[in-house]
Design a protein around this ligand. Structure first.
Ligand SMILES: *[C@@H]1O[C@H](CO)[C@@H](O)[C@H](O)[C@H]1NC(C)=O
Ligand SMILES: *[C@@H]1O[C@H](CO)[C@@H](O)[C@H](O)[C@H]1NC(C)=O
Ligand SMILES: *[C@@H]1O[C@H](CO)[C@@H](O)[C@H](O)[C@H]1NC(C)=O
Ligand SMILES: *[C@@H]1O[C@H](CO)[C@@H](O)[C@H](O)[C@H]1NC(C)=O
Ligand SMILES: *[C@@H]1O[C@H](CO)[C@@H](O)[C@H](O)[C@H]1NC(C)=O
Ligand SMILES: *[C@@H]1O[C@H](CO)[C@@H](O)[C@H](O)[C@H]1NC(C)=O
Ligand SMILES: [Cu+2]
Length: 212
C-alpha cells in the first residue's frame, strides 16, 4: 500500500494521542518524547528490530491488548514471520474493525494459521487509521508457544464504551445491540461470514480510505 505523504498530515492530532500496545509488549514506547520514534512511520514506528524483548505468545487464544486514544479508529493486526520480519503478510483481522471509544480494547482468539509451530518467531504489526486514511503503526515481537495460556479476563478487557463493528458488512439481526449503521454490524454477529468475501470488502474499503 502506498504511503500517504506525511506532510499532508503532520500536525493532525497530538502525539500524546495515537495508541499503545499493552500486550504483547510493544517493541518500545513509541510515544516517549525523548526518542525519534514516530507512529506515522511504516512499518514499526521507526523502532528498530531488537529494541524490545520477545513476548511468548500463545498459538491458541492469542490476544492483543491496546490502549486507544482517539474517539474512533479502524484497526487491523498483521503478522510477519521470522526474526526481523519486514513482510507483514498474514492478516489476523480479516474483518476490518471500526473501534469506537477510547480506552482499553482487547481483541481475543486471533486466528493464528495452523501451520505455525511452537517456537516460531514473528512480529505483530498493529495498524490504526482514521478518516484521513493516514495510518499509525506499532510492532511487538513475539515467539509462539503452545504452552503459554491466553490472557486472563482481568488482564484482557474492553473499557466501558469501547465497542467495535465490522466495516463493510450489512447488519444482521441482533436484538441486544444498538441499531448499527447500514455499513456496519456488531462484532460477534458475523462469525460465519465467508472470509474471502470479507477480505475483498476490506481491500476495497482500504483502497477507498487511502484515496481520501
Ligand atoms: C526516555 O525517558 C524515559 C522516562 O521518561 C526513560 O526511562 C528512558 O530511559 C529515556 N530514554 C532515553 C533514550 O533517554
Ligand atoms: C528485556 O528483558 C530484560 C530481562 O527481563 C529486561 O531487563 C529489559 O528491561 C527488557 N527490555 C525491554 C525493552 O523491555
Ligand atoms: C532488520 O532489517 C532491517 C531492514 O532489512 C535492517 O536495516 C536491520 O539492520 C535489521 N536489524 C537487525 C537487528 O538485524
Ligand atoms: C509472506 O512473506 C514471506 C517473507 O517475505 C514469504 O516467504 C511468504 O511466502 C509470504 N507469504 C504469503 C502468503 O505471501
Ligand atoms: C466508524 O465509527 C465512527 C464513530 O462511531 C463513525 O463516525 C464512522 O462513520 C464509522 N465508519 C464506518 C465505515 O462505519
Ligand atoms: C472487546 O470487544 C471486541 C469487539 O466487540 C470483542 O471481539 C472482544 O472479545 C472484546 N474483548 C473482551 C476481553 O471481551
Ligand atoms: Cu493520535
Amino acid at each position: 500500500m502506498r504511503a500517504v505523504p506525511l506532510a499532508l498530515f503532520s500536525g493532525v492530532g497530538l502525539v500524546s494521542a495515537h495508541f499503545q500496545v499493552d500486550y504483547p509488549a510493544w517493541r518500545a514506547d513509541s510515544l516517549a518524547e525523548n526518542t525519534t520514534y514516530d507512529q506515522w512511520d511504516y512499518p514499526c514506528a521507526g523502532v528498530p528490530y531488537g529494541t524490545g524483548n520477545k513476548t511468548e505468545w500463545p498459538i491458541q487464544g492469542a490476544s492483543v491488548a491496546l490502549d486507544l486514544h482517539h474517539p474512533w479508529t479502524y484497526l487491523y493486526i498483521n503478522l510477519g514471520l521470522g526474526e526481523n520480519a519486514t513482510n507483514f503478510n498474514i492478516s489476523l483481522t480479516p474483518q476490518l474493525l471500526n473501534v469506537t471509544g477510547s480506552g482499553n480494547f482487547c481483541i481475543t482468539d486471533l486466528p493464528i494459521p495452523s501451520t505455525i509451530a511452537d517456537g516460531q518467531a514473528g512480529t505483530i504489526q498493529v495498524v490504526t487509521n482514521g478518516q484521513s486514511g493516514s495510518a499509525l503503526y506499532n510492532c511487538a515481537d513475539i515467539v509462539f508457544r503452545s504452552s503459554v495460556q491466553a490472557l486472563s479476563d482481568g488482564t484482557c478487557a474492553n473499557s466501558t464504551g469501547v465497542t467495535a463493528t465490522i466495516v463493510g458488512q450489512a447488519a444482521t439481526s441482533s436484538s441486544s445491540t444498538p441499531t448499527p449503521t447500514p455499513n456496519s454490524a456488531p462484532v460477534g454477529a458475523l462469525g460465519s461470514v465467508p472470509r474471502v468475501a470479507v477480505l475483498g470488502t476490506v481491500i476495497a474499503l482500504i483502497q477507498g480510505v487511502m484515496m481520501l
